[in-house]
Design a protein around this ligand. Sequence first.
Ligand code: AMP
Length: 118
Amino acid sequence: MAEETIFSKIIRREIPADILYQDELVTAFRDITPQAPTHILIIPNHLIPTANDIKASDEKALGRMMSVAAKLAQEEGIAEDGYRLIMNCNQHGGQEVFHIHMHLVGGHQLGRMLSPPA
Ligand code: AMP
């Protein structure tokens, strides 16, 4: 059994978060350490630890994550100028929270997508 993360508590509203959207499949909330003027995390309500664990049965939730990202980008007023959707996986991807999440970042000109390893 995969271990729950802090994101499960956010979904269940057991700890505070700036939740922008929630339905039966996904939850979206502002990142606590924003890397850009808009930085939102969009997550499935059920626990999928990493992108490696995605199964065909998760496709509905993953599709919803994409459509909610597009909707929130419109609402944030960043759709026309553009933004970036990112999902990190495991150590090389820099994943820190093991409940998959899509970062929606934008609101200013973003830098080159990949910086050299630290
Ligand atoms: P990643 O490195 O892709 O796993 O990203 C994890 C993200 O979760 C980081 O951008 C963190 O700032 C964010 N984060 C961690 N804890 C919280 C929290 N309680 N509320 C909102 N965002 C969080």
